[in-house]
Design a protein around this ligand. Sequence first.
Ligand code: HEC
Ligand code: HEC
Length: 334
Amino acid sequence: MIKTGFLTIISVVLTLANTVPVSASKRYNEPIKPIPADMKYDKQKVELGKKLFFDPRLSKSGWLSCNSCHNLAMGGDDNLPSSIGHQWQLGPINSPTVLNAKFNLAQFWDGRAKDLQEQAAGPIANPGEMASSHQLAVATLQSIPSYQSLFEQVYGVKKITINEVTDAIATFEETLVTPNSRFDQWLLGNEKAITQVEKEGYALFKVKGCVSCHNGVGVGGNTYQKFGLVKTYSKDEENLGRYNVTKQEADKYVFKVPLLRNIELTAPYFHDGSVWSLREAVNVMAEYQLGLKLSVPETEKIVAFLKTLTGKQPQIIYPVLPPETVKTPKPDRS
Ligand code: HEC
Ligand code: HEC
Protein backbone atom coordinates (compact mmCIF):
# COMPACT_ATOMS: atom_id res chain seq x y z
CA MET A 1 0.00 0.00 0.00
CA ILE A 2 2.67 2.42 1.09
CA LYS A 3 4.64 1.49 -2.02
CA THR A 4 1.71 2.25 -4.34
CA GLY A 5 1.16 5.61 -2.64
CA PHE A 6 4.78 6.48 -3.03
CA LEU A 7 4.77 5.58 -6.74
CA THR A 8 1.63 7.65 -7.25
CA ILE A 9 3.33 10.65 -5.72
CA ILE A 10 6.38 10.08 -7.92
CA SER A 11 4.22 9.84 -11.01
CA VAL A 12 2.28 12.99 -10.11
CA VAL A 13 5.57 14.84 -9.66
CA LEU A 14 6.82 13.51 -13.00
CA THR A 15 3.60 14.49 -14.76
CA LEU A 16 3.86 18.00 -13.38
CA ALA A 17 7.49 18.18 -14.43
CA ASN A 18 6.45 17.20 -17.94
CA THR A 19 3.65 19.68 -18.37
CA VAL A 20 5.37 22.68 -16.83
CA PRO A 21 8.52 23.46 -18.80
CA VAL A 22 11.62 24.10 -16.72
CA SER A 23 11.73 27.74 -17.78
CA ALA A 24 8.01 28.05 -16.96
CA SER A 25 6.42 30.72 -19.11
CA LYS A 26 3.40 32.68 -18.02
CA ARG A 27 1.56 31.61 -21.16
CA TYR A 28 2.57 28.01 -21.58
CA ASN A 29 -0.94 27.04 -22.66
CA GLU A 30 -0.66 29.04 -25.88
CA PRO A 31 -0.33 27.01 -29.10
CA ILE A 32 2.88 28.90 -29.93
CA LYS A 33 5.89 28.21 -27.70
CA PRO A 34 8.90 30.48 -27.08
CA ILE A 35 12.26 29.55 -28.58
CA PRO A 36 14.47 28.26 -25.77
CA ALA A 37 17.41 30.62 -25.30
CA ASP A 38 19.90 28.46 -23.47
CA MET A 39 21.14 25.78 -25.78
CA LYS A 40 24.54 24.20 -25.30
CA TYR A 41 26.80 23.21 -28.19
CA ASP A 42 30.28 21.87 -28.82
CA LYS A 43 32.02 25.17 -29.58
CA GLN A 44 34.85 23.75 -31.67
CA LYS A 45 32.43 21.79 -33.83
CA VAL A 46 30.26 24.88 -34.30
CA GLU A 47 33.29 26.94 -35.41
CA LEU A 48 34.30 24.28 -37.92
CA GLY A 49 30.73 24.06 -39.21
CA LYS A 50 30.60 27.83 -39.57
CA LYS A 51 33.76 27.82 -41.71
CA LEU A 52 32.25 25.12 -43.93
CA PHE A 53 28.95 27.00 -44.21
CA PHE A 54 30.83 30.03 -45.54
CA ASP A 55 33.40 28.15 -47.66
CA PRO A 56 32.70 28.48 -51.40
CA ARG A 57 35.36 25.88 -52.14
CA LEU A 58 32.76 23.23 -51.29
CA SER A 59 31.23 24.11 -54.67
CA LYS A 60 32.61 23.05 -58.04
CA SER A 61 33.02 26.65 -59.21
CA GLY A 62 34.65 27.73 -55.96
CA TRP A 63 32.06 30.49 -55.88
CA LEU A 64 28.91 29.30 -54.10
CA SER A 65 28.70 28.62 -50.39
CA CYS A 66 25.71 27.66 -48.27
CA ASN A 67 25.60 31.34 -47.33
CA SER A 68 25.10 32.35 -51.00
CA CYS A 69 21.54 31.06 -50.87
CA HIS A 70 21.06 31.15 -47.10
CA ASN A 71 22.46 34.59 -46.44
CA LEU A 72 22.73 35.11 -42.69
CA ALA A 73 22.69 38.86 -43.22
CA MET A 74 19.24 38.58 -44.81
CA GLY A 75 17.20 36.27 -42.62
CA GLY A 76 18.94 33.06 -43.72
CA ASP A 77 17.58 32.95 -47.28
CA ASP A 78 18.40 34.66 -50.59
CA ASN A 79 15.31 36.86 -51.02
CA LEU A 80 14.91 35.59 -54.58
CA PRO A 81 11.86 33.83 -56.04
CA SER A 82 14.11 30.84 -56.70
CA SER A 83 17.83 30.37 -56.07
CA ILE A 84 20.70 30.87 -58.52
CA GLY A 85 23.05 27.89 -58.63
CA HIS A 86 26.04 26.63 -60.63
CA GLN A 87 26.47 28.48 -63.95
CA TRP A 88 23.67 30.86 -63.04
CA GLN A 89 21.06 28.10 -63.24
CA LEU A 90 17.71 29.20 -61.88
CA GLY A 91 16.48 26.64 -59.37
CA PRO A 92 12.92 25.30 -59.37
CA ILE A 93 11.97 26.38 -55.86
CA ASN A 94 12.32 29.13 -53.26
CA SER A 95 15.12 28.79 -50.74
CA PRO A 96 13.73 28.46 -47.20
CA THR A 97 15.55 30.09 -44.31
CA VAL A 98 18.12 28.13 -42.31
CA LEU A 99 17.19 30.15 -39.21
CA ASN A 100 15.39 27.88 -36.74
CA ALA A 101 15.46 25.05 -39.30
CA LYS A 102 16.23 22.66 -36.47
CA PHE A 103 12.58 22.98 -35.39
CA ASN A 104 11.35 21.44 -38.67
CA LEU A 105 10.05 17.86 -38.51
CA ALA A 106 12.17 17.17 -41.62
CA GLN A 107 14.09 19.29 -44.14
CA PHE A 108 13.16 20.62 -47.62
CA TRP A 109 9.71 21.73 -48.75
CA ASP A 110 8.80 18.09 -49.36
CA GLY A 111 10.54 16.79 -46.24
CA ARG A 112 12.81 14.44 -48.19
CA ALA A 113 15.76 14.82 -45.77
CA LYS A 114 15.11 13.55 -42.27
CA ASP A 115 17.38 16.06 -40.51
CA LEU A 116 19.92 18.85 -40.97
CA GLN A 117 22.84 16.49 -41.45
CA GLU A 118 21.13 14.51 -44.18
CA GLN A 119 20.01 17.79 -45.77
CA ALA A 120 23.53 19.27 -45.89
CA ALA A 121 24.74 16.44 -48.12
CA GLY A 122 22.22 17.50 -50.79
CA PRO A 123 23.29 20.93 -52.10
CA ILE A 124 27.01 20.13 -52.30
CA ALA A 125 26.39 17.42 -54.89
CA ASN A 126 23.28 18.91 -56.50
CA PRO A 127 24.25 19.77 -60.13
CA GLY A 128 21.90 22.77 -60.08
CA GLU A 129 23.29 24.14 -56.81
CA MET A 130 26.94 23.72 -55.73
CA ALA A 131 27.53 21.09 -58.45
CA SER A 132 30.42 19.44 -56.65
CA SER A 133 30.55 15.82 -55.48
CA HIS A 134 31.13 14.51 -51.98
CA GLN A 135 34.44 13.10 -53.16
CA LEU A 136 35.61 16.40 -54.59
CA ALA A 137 34.44 18.41 -51.58
CA VAL A 138 36.28 16.07 -49.22
CA ALA A 139 39.42 16.09 -51.42
CA THR A 140 39.37 19.89 -51.30
CA LEU A 141 39.20 19.96 -47.50
CA GLN A 142 41.77 17.21 -47.15
CA SER A 143 44.21 19.26 -49.27
CA ILE A 144 44.13 22.12 -46.74
CA PRO A 145 46.31 21.33 -43.69
CA SER A 146 44.48 23.57 -41.28
CA TYR A 147 41.14 21.91 -42.14
CA GLN A 148 42.83 18.55 -41.68
CA SER A 149 43.93 19.42 -38.18
CA LEU A 150 40.54 20.92 -37.28
CA PHE A 151 38.76 17.71 -38.33
CA GLU A 152 41.31 15.70 -36.37
CA GLN A 153 40.78 17.82 -33.26
CA VAL A 154 37.00 17.74 -33.44
CA TYR A 155 36.34 14.22 -34.76
CA GLY A 156 39.62 12.40 -34.18
CA VAL A 157 39.90 11.44 -37.86
CA LYS A 158 42.89 11.77 -40.17
CA LYS A 159 40.83 11.03 -43.26
CA ILE A 160 37.86 13.36 -43.58
CA THR A 161 34.58 11.92 -44.89
CA ILE A 162 31.38 13.65 -45.94
CA ASN A 163 29.80 12.54 -42.64
CA GLU A 164 32.03 14.79 -40.55
CA VAL A 165 31.51 17.62 -43.03
CA THR A 166 27.72 17.43 -42.84
CA ASP A 167 27.73 16.83 -39.08
CA ALA A 168 29.76 20.00 -38.48
CA ILE A 169 27.55 22.06 -40.80
CA ALA A 170 24.41 20.72 -39.11
CA THR A 171 25.82 21.53 -35.67
CA PHE A 172 26.49 25.10 -36.77
CA GLU A 173 22.97 25.34 -38.19
CA GLU A 174 21.54 24.22 -34.85
CA THR A 175 22.91 27.39 -33.32
CA LEU A 176 21.03 29.53 -35.85
CA VAL A 177 18.00 30.17 -33.68
CA THR A 178 16.31 33.50 -33.05
CA PRO A 179 15.04 33.70 -29.46
CA ASN A 180 13.70 36.72 -27.64
CA SER A 181 11.30 38.03 -30.28
CA ARG A 182 8.78 40.50 -28.91
CA PHE A 183 6.14 37.80 -29.21
CA ASP A 184 8.24 35.38 -27.13
CA GLN A 185 8.78 38.08 -24.53
CA TRP A 186 5.02 38.39 -24.31
CA LEU A 187 4.63 34.60 -24.04
CA LEU A 188 7.13 34.74 -21.20
CA GLY A 189 4.97 37.20 -19.34
CA ASN A 190 6.08 40.67 -20.47
CA GLU A 191 2.70 42.30 -20.96
CA LYS A 192 4.11 45.37 -22.74
CA ALA A 193 6.23 43.49 -25.27
CA ILE A 194 3.51 43.65 -27.93
CA THR A 195 0.91 46.29 -28.68
CA GLN A 196 -2.86 46.05 -28.52
CA VAL A 197 -3.10 45.80 -32.33
CA GLU A 198 -0.54 42.98 -32.37
CA LYS A 199 -2.47 41.14 -29.64
CA GLU A 200 -5.63 41.48 -31.71
CA GLY A 201 -3.70 40.13 -34.69
CA TYR A 202 -2.66 37.10 -32.67
CA ALA A 203 -6.24 36.58 -31.53
CA LEU A 204 -7.36 36.62 -35.19
CA PHE A 205 -4.54 34.22 -36.12
CA LYS A 206 -6.07 31.78 -33.64
CA VAL A 207 -9.77 32.42 -34.25
CA LYS A 208 -9.52 32.29 -38.04
CA GLY A 209 -7.65 28.98 -37.89
CA CYS A 210 -4.11 29.88 -39.04
CA VAL A 211 -2.80 28.39 -35.83
CA SER A 212 -4.11 24.93 -36.71
CA CYS A 213 -1.18 24.62 -39.15
CA HIS A 214 1.24 27.26 -37.86
CA ASN A 215 1.95 26.44 -34.22
CA GLY A 216 4.63 25.18 -31.84
CA VAL A 217 8.09 26.66 -31.35
CA GLY A 218 8.62 27.36 -35.06
CA VAL A 219 5.06 28.62 -35.70
CA GLY A 220 5.01 25.91 -38.38
CA GLY A 221 7.43 23.24 -39.48
CA ASN A 222 5.71 20.40 -37.64
CA THR A 223 3.19 19.03 -40.19
CA TYR A 224 2.69 18.56 -43.93
CA GLN A 225 -0.37 20.24 -45.39
CA LYS A 226 -1.88 20.73 -48.79
CA PHE A 227 -1.34 24.14 -50.38
CA GLY A 228 -4.80 24.89 -51.73
CA LEU A 229 -6.75 22.98 -49.13
CA VAL A 230 -10.16 24.52 -49.87
CA LYS A 231 -9.42 25.91 -53.34
CA THR A 232 -6.86 24.79 -55.92
CA TYR A 233 -3.86 27.08 -55.82
CA SER A 234 -0.97 25.58 -57.70
CA LYS A 235 -0.80 24.52 -61.28
CA ASP A 236 2.91 24.12 -60.74
CA GLU A 237 3.83 20.90 -62.58
CA GLU A 238 7.41 20.98 -61.36
CA ASN A 239 6.95 21.05 -57.61
CA LEU A 240 4.54 18.40 -56.45
CA GLY A 241 5.60 18.48 -52.79
CA ARG A 242 5.29 15.36 -50.63
CA TYR A 243 4.18 13.41 -53.73
CA ASN A 244 7.87 13.33 -54.74
CA VAL A 245 8.60 11.32 -51.61
CA THR A 246 5.48 9.16 -51.17
CA LYS A 247 4.12 8.88 -54.76
CA GLN A 248 0.64 9.04 -53.24
CA GLU A 249 -1.88 10.98 -55.34
CA ALA A 250 -3.24 12.62 -52.16
CA ASP A 251 0.19 14.11 -51.47
CA LYS A 252 0.27 16.27 -54.59
CA TYR A 253 0.84 19.91 -53.57
CA VAL A 254 1.32 18.90 -49.95
CA PHE A 255 4.24 20.81 -48.46
CA LYS A 256 5.91 21.08 -45.12
CA VAL A 257 4.21 24.00 -43.39
CA PRO A 258 6.85 26.77 -43.34
CA LEU A 259 8.07 28.33 -40.11
CA LEU A 260 6.67 31.82 -39.64
CA ARG A 261 9.52 32.94 -37.36
CA ASN A 262 11.25 36.03 -38.89
CA ILE A 263 8.72 35.94 -41.71
CA GLU A 264 9.08 39.67 -42.42
CA LEU A 265 12.73 39.04 -43.40
CA THR A 266 12.18 36.26 -45.92
CA ALA A 267 10.08 37.51 -48.83
CA PRO A 268 9.22 36.41 -51.45
CA TYR A 269 6.79 33.87 -50.05
CA PHE A 270 5.59 30.34 -50.84
CA HIS A 271 7.52 27.47 -52.37
CA ASP A 272 7.33 29.17 -55.77
CA GLY A 273 8.35 32.58 -54.39
CA SER A 274 5.35 34.05 -56.18
CA VAL A 275 4.25 36.59 -53.58
CA TRP A 276 6.35 39.52 -52.37
CA SER A 277 3.98 41.16 -49.92
CA LEU A 278 3.25 39.65 -46.53
CA ARG A 279 -0.21 41.18 -46.67
CA GLU A 280 -0.94 39.32 -49.89
CA ALA A 281 0.53 36.07 -48.52
CA VAL A 282 -1.83 36.31 -45.54
CA ASN A 283 -4.81 36.88 -47.83
CA VAL A 284 -3.83 33.94 -50.07
CA MET A 285 -3.65 31.72 -46.99
CA ALA A 286 -7.06 32.87 -45.75
CA GLU A 287 -8.64 32.25 -49.14
CA TYR A 288 -6.97 28.99 -50.22
CA GLN A 289 -6.40 27.29 -46.85
CA LEU A 290 -9.43 28.47 -44.92
CA GLY A 291 -11.99 29.67 -47.46
CA LEU A 292 -12.17 33.09 -45.80
CA LYS A 293 -12.00 36.65 -46.97
CA LEU A 294 -10.30 38.88 -44.41
CA SER A 295 -11.25 42.54 -44.04
CA VAL A 296 -8.47 45.08 -44.57
CA PRO A 297 -8.09 45.78 -40.80
CA GLU A 298 -8.03 42.03 -40.07
CA THR A 299 -5.21 41.48 -42.56
CA GLU A 300 -3.28 44.46 -41.17
CA LYS A 301 -3.58 43.13 -37.63
CA ILE A 302 -2.41 39.64 -38.57
CA VAL A 303 0.56 41.12 -40.45
CA ALA A 304 1.37 43.27 -37.39
CA PHE A 305 1.32 40.12 -35.24
CA LEU A 306 3.53 38.20 -37.70
CA LYS A 307 6.14 40.94 -37.47
CA THR A 308 6.44 40.40 -33.72
CA LEU A 309 7.91 36.97 -34.53
CA THR A 310 11.23 38.49 -35.64
CA GLY A 311 13.76 37.39 -33.05
CA LYS A 312 17.33 38.14 -32.12
CA GLN A 313 19.38 37.30 -35.21
CA PRO A 314 22.47 35.15 -34.72
CA GLN A 315 25.52 37.36 -34.22
CA ILE A 316 27.98 35.93 -36.71
CA ILE A 317 31.66 36.79 -36.66
CA TYR A 318 32.65 36.27 -40.26
CA PRO A 319 35.05 33.31 -40.29
CA VAL A 320 38.55 33.52 -41.72
CA LEU A 321 39.03 30.52 -44.01
CA PRO A 322 42.35 28.72 -44.33
CA PRO A 323 44.22 29.22 -47.64
CA GLU A 324 44.28 26.51 -50.30
CA THR A 325 47.46 24.69 -51.26
CA VAL A 326 48.95 23.49 -54.55
CA LYS A 327 47.11 20.21 -53.97
CA THR A 328 43.68 21.84 -53.72
CA PRO A 329 41.48 21.04 -56.75
CA LYS A 330 41.10 24.14 -58.92
CA PRO A 331 37.75 25.90 -59.34
CA ASP A 332 35.89 24.42 -62.31
CA ARG A 333 33.29 26.54 -64.01
CA SER A 334 32.26 23.97 -66.60
C1 HEC B 1 22.10 27.49 -55.02
C2 HEC B 1 21.41 27.83 -53.79
C3 HEC B 1 21.62 26.98 -52.57
C4 HEC B 1 22.79 26.60 -51.98
C5 HEC B 1 24.21 26.89 -52.47
C6 HEC B 1 22.43 25.88 -50.79
N1 HEC B 1 21.08 25.84 -50.64
FE1 HEC B 1 20.06 25.09 -49.08
N2 HEC B 1 18.35 25.28 -50.11
C7 HEC B 1 18.21 25.89 -51.33
C8 HEC B 1 16.88 25.64 -51.84
C9 HEC B 1 16.34 26.14 -53.16
C10 HEC B 1 16.23 24.83 -50.89
C11 HEC B 1 14.83 24.24 -50.99
C12 HEC B 1 14.93 23.01 -51.85
C13 HEC B 1 13.73 22.08 -51.75
O1 HEC B 1 13.01 22.14 -50.76
O2 HEC B 1 13.56 21.26 -52.65
C14 HEC B 1 17.19 24.65 -49.79
C15 HEC B 1 16.88 23.98 -48.60
C16 HEC B 1 17.73 23.98 -47.50
C17 HEC B 1 17.36 23.59 -46.16
C18 HEC B 1 15.99 23.12 -45.70
C19 HEC B 1 15.24 24.18 -44.96
C20 HEC B 1 13.80 23.83 -44.78
O3 HEC B 1 13.06 24.63 -44.19
O4 HEC B 1 13.33 22.77 -45.23
C21 HEC B 1 18.48 23.71 -45.38
C22 HEC B 1 18.60 23.43 -43.90
C23 HEC B 1 19.55 24.15 -46.25
N3 HEC B 1 19.05 24.32 -47.51
C24 HEC B 1 20.87 24.29 -45.87
C25 HEC B 1 21.91 24.42 -46.81
C26 HEC B 1 23.32 24.16 -46.51
C27 HEC B 1 23.85 23.71 -45.19
C28 HEC B 1 24.01 24.43 -47.66
C29 HEC B 1 25.49 24.28 -47.92
C30 HEC B 1 26.02 22.95 -47.77
C31 HEC B 1 23.03 24.87 -48.65
N4 HEC B 1 21.77 24.81 -48.10
C32 HEC B 1 23.34 25.31 -49.92
C33 HEC B 1 19.19 26.62 -51.97
C34 HEC B 1 20.54 26.47 -51.72
C1 HEC C 1 -4.24 23.97 -43.63
C2 HEC C 1 -2.94 24.45 -43.18
C3 HEC C 1 -2.69 25.93 -43.21
C4 HEC C 1 -3.46 26.96 -42.71
C5 HEC C 1 -4.83 26.86 -42.07
C6 HEC C 1 -2.71 28.17 -42.92
N1 HEC C 1 -1.51 27.90 -43.50
FE1 HEC C 1 -0.07 29.26 -43.97
N2 HEC C 1 0.94 27.82 -44.97
C7 HEC C 1 0.58 26.49 -45.06
C8 HEC C 1 1.40 25.82 -46.06
C9 HEC C 1 1.35 24.36 -46.47
C10 HEC C 1 2.26 26.81 -46.59
C11 HEC C 1 3.29 26.62 -47.71
C12 HEC C 1 2.61 26.83 -49.04
C13 HEC C 1 3.56 26.67 -50.21
O1 HEC C 1 4.38 27.56 -50.41
O2 HEC C 1 3.49 25.69 -50.89
C14 HEC C 1 1.95 28.04 -45.86
C15 HEC C 1 2.62 29.26 -46.06
C16 HEC C 1 2.37 30.42 -45.35
C17 HEC C 1 3.12 31.64 -45.47
C18 HEC C 1 4.35 31.85 -46.35
C19 HEC C 1 5.57 31.31 -45.65
C20 HEC C 1 6.83 31.33 -46.46
O3 HEC C 1 7.91 31.27 -45.85
O4 HEC C 1 6.78 31.37 -47.69
C21 HEC C 1 2.54 32.56 -44.63
C22 HEC C 1 2.99 33.99 -44.40
C23 HEC C 1 1.42 31.92 -43.99
N3 HEC C 1 1.36 30.61 -44.45
C24 HEC C 1 0.54 32.52 -43.09
C25 HEC C 1 -0.69 31.99 -42.77
C26 HEC C 1 -1.77 32.73 -42.16
C27 HEC C 1 -1.70 34.18 -41.73
C28 HEC C 1 -2.82 31.88 -42.07
C29 HEC C 1 -4.24 32.19 -41.62
C30 HEC C 1 -4.91 33.23 -42.37
C31 HEC C 1 -2.40 30.59 -42.57
N4 HEC C 1 -1.11 30.70 -42.99
C32 HEC C 1 -3.17 29.44 -42.57
C33 HEC C 1 -0.42 25.88 -44.33
C34 HEC C 1 -1.45 26.56 -43.72
